[in-house]
Design a protein around this ligand. Structure first.
Ligand SMILES: [Zn+2]
Length: 508
C-alpha cells in the first residue's frame, strides 16, 4: 500500500493576501452583502473582474459554490478562488466550515501546494474558535483517499500548506491557538476516514486492533487492551462472538483507556462505545448485492471512538475516558449464527436472533456491559446501526437517543459546535415492548416499522442504570450529495468532531 495521504499544514499569519505568492488565494463572498472595502480593493486590482463576473451571473456566491479567476500579476497569487458563503443571515460555523473545506478541496483539485484563505473581519466568531474550525475544515476538504491508485494522468499534490490571513496580530495569535487543536482533530478525523475507506479484506478486526495498538503506543496516557476470540470466549461475550462466528477474520474487542497525568483518578469515567463491523454482508440474512461494497463503512462508530481517544490524549484533556470498540466481520458461512438462534450476551441476558443483519446491537450489547463493568457512569455509543435511521432523517443528521435529558442536551450542544448534526428521536416504553422476547429475554428486531427506535430500545436494555446515549450514525456513513461539492466521497469520519467537542465541553 502506497503512502499517499496528502500532508496538510495550517497556520495563521498577518499579511496582505494580495501580496502573498501562493498557488491559490481564497476569498469568501456573501450573496446578499454589499462589497466590503477589501473586496472593492481586490476588484479594483483585478480591473473590475469580480464586478463583471457578478454582472454576467456566472457566480452568485451561493453557499457551496466557487469560481477560479486567473490572475496576471495584478495580485501575487497564481489563482484567486472566490467562494460563495450564501446569505449572511444564515451565517454560522457551518458556513465557515463549508467554505474553508471548499477552498482546500478546490486547491487540491488544481494540485496546489500553497493556499491562503482571507479571514473576513465581519466573521463574528471568536478568533480561537475560528482558527480551530478553519483548520479542521482545511484538513477535511484537502483529504483524498487514493492509497491504491498507482497511476495518475495529471499527478497529484502530496502536500498542502495553508495560511489563514488576517491584518490584526492579536487575532492571528488567537487563531494559531485554535489551529493547534484543529489540526489534531482534523488529522484524527481524516485517519478515521482512511480506516473506513480501506477495503474490508484489508481492514478486518485484527487489523483495526493493530492500528489501535499503534495509536495507543504513539501518545502518552493512552493504553490499549485487545480481547481476541479466545479471551472473548473466556469472558462469555456471546454477542460479539455470535456476530463474528461465520468469518475467518475473528472478532476483537478493543479497550482503550485514557488517563490524564497527575494521578487524577475519576470515580466515574466516561465510556465511548463504537460499533466496528469491518464488513457487513448481513450474515445468513444476506443483504442485497447492490451497494454492498459500502458496508466497509459499517465500522464508522468504532473508528470515531478510536480517533476521539487519540485526540483526548493528544490534548491532555483532564478527564478519564474509556474507548470500547466492538470489532467483528459479519459473514455467512457453515458456522454462522442462524436466524432463530438464541445467544447469551456478556450481561447474561439471552437474545433470540431473528435477523442476523441486525448485528450491530449484538456486538454493542457486550460493549455496553463492558463499560458497566469498568464502572463508567456516562456511556455514549456510536453505531451505523439502522437503514431505518436514514429513512427517518435522510443523510443530513444522525439520530440521537438517550435515557437522560441532560446528556442529550450536551450532545446537541456538541453537535452544534462541531457541525456534526444530530436529531433526537424517542426512547420510550412502546419501543422497548417491541423487542421483549418470548422464547428468550429479548429479540434483536421489533416490528416492521420504526427500526431506528427499536434498535435504540434494544441497546437501552443493556444500559440500565447508566447515563446513556446512543447515536445512530448510519445517515452519516459516507459523504452525501451536497457534501461531495466540498469534500472527498466515501467516509467522512463522522463522530470524531462530535465526540471531541463533547469531551471539551465536559472539561472546559
Ligand atoms: Zn447489519
Amino acid at each position: 500500500m502506497a503512502k499517499q495521504i496528502i500532508k496538510i499544514d495550517v497556520k495563521a499569519v498577518k499579511a496582505d493576501i494580495t501580496k502573498l505568492k501562493v498557488d491559490v488565494a481564497a476569498v469568501g463572498i456573501f450573496s446578499d452583502v454589499k462589497p466590503t472595502a477589501f473586496l472593492k480593493k481586490l476588484d479594483a486590482l483585478l480591473g473590475g473582474a469580480i464586478t463583471r463576473l457578478k454582472k454576467i451571473g456566472d457566480f452568485k456566491a451561493s453557499a457551496g459554490s466557487s469560481v477560479f479567476l486567473y490572475t496576471h500579476g495584478e495580485i501575487a497569487a497564481e489563482r484567486l478562488l472566490l467562494v460563495g458563503l450564501g446569505e449572511k443571515k444564515k451565517k454560522a460555523p457551518d458556513t465557515v466550515r463549508q467554505a474553508a473545506s471548499k477552498a482546500a478541496f478546490e486547491a487540491v483539485n488544481v494540485n496546489a501546494k500553497t493556499l491562503a484563505i482571507f479571514r473576513h473581519n465581519e466573521t463574528k466568531i471568536d478568533s480561537r474558535q475560528l482558527g480551530q474550525v478553519i483548520a479542521e475544515s482545511i484538513h477535511f476538504g484537502g483529504y483524498r483517499y487514493d492509497e491504491f491508485v498507482t497511476r495518475r494522468e495529471n499527478g497529484r499534490t502530496n502536500s498542502l500548506s495553508a495560511l489563514i490571513v488576517d491584518s490584526d496580530m492579536a487575532n492571528v495569535r488567537k487563531m494559531n491557538e485554535g489551529i493547534k487543536i484543529g489540526q489534531i482533530v482534523g488529522r484524527a478525523q481524516n485517519f478515521a476516514r482512511t480506516l473506513c475507506n480501506r477495503p474490508g479484506s484489508i481492514l478486518y478486526p485484527a487489523q483495526l486492533a493493530a492500528e489501535a495498538r499503534k495509536i495507543a503506543a504513539s501518545v502518552k496516557g493512552l493504553s490499549c487492551t485487545i480481547l481476541d476470540e479466545k479471551k472473548l470466549a473466556q469472558k462469555k461475550m456471546g454477542g460479539i462472538l455470535a456476530v463474528g462466528k461465520g468469518a475467518a477474520n475473528k472478532p476483537r474487542m478493543i479497550i482503550l483507556k485514557y488517563s490524564p497525568g497527575g494521578g487524577k483518578k475519576s470515580d466515574s469515567p466516561i465510556a465511548l462505545v463504537g460499533k466496528a463491523i469491518t464488513f457487513d454482508t448481513g450474515g445468513i440474512s444476506l443483504k442485497h448485492s447492490a451497494d454492498m461494497h459500502e458496508m466497509k463503512y459499517d465500522m464508522t462508530g468504532g473508528a470515531a471512538v478510536l480517533m476521539a481517544m487519540q485526540v483526548a490524549a493528544k490534548l491532555k484533556l483532564p478527564v478519564e475516558v474509556y474507548g470500547i470498540i466492538c470489532a467483528a466481520e459479519n459473514k455467512p458461512d457453515g458456522g454462522s449464527c442462524l436466524p432463530g438462534d438464541i445467544i447469551t450476551t456478556f450481561s447474561g441476558r439471552t437474545v433470540e436472533v431473528l435477523n442476523t443483519d441486525a448485528e450491530g446491537r449484538l456486538v454493542l450489547s457486550d460493549g455496553l456491559e463492558q463499560a458497566r463493568r469498568l464502572k463508567c457512569k456516562t456511556v455514549i455509543d456510536l453505531a451505523t446501526l439502522t437503514g431505518a435511521c436514514v429513512v427517518a432523517l435522510g443523510k443530513h443528521k444522525a439520530g440521537l437517543f438517550s435515557n437522560d435529558d441532560k446528556l442529550a442536551k450536551k450532545l446537541q450542544t456538541a453537535a452544534k459546535d462541531s457541525s456534526e448534526a444530530v436529531w433526537q428521536l424517542p426512547y420510550e416504553q412502546e419501543y422497548i415492548d417491541e423487542i421483549k422476547g418470548k422464547i428468550a429475554d429479548l429479540k434483536n428486531i421489533g416490528s416492521k416499522w420504526g427500526g431506528v427506535c427499536t434498535g435504540a430500545a434494544f441497546l437501552g436494555e443493556f444500559a440500565k442504570g447508566l447515563t446513556w446515549a446512543h447515536l445512530d450514525i448510519a445517515p452519516k456513513m459516507d459523504a452525501s450529495e451536497p457534501m461531495k461539492k466540498y469534500a472527498e466521497s466515501g467516509s467522512i469520519g463522522f463522530g470524531v468532531r462530535l465526540l471531541t467537542s463533547f469531551l471539551f465541553n465536559e472539561v472546559f
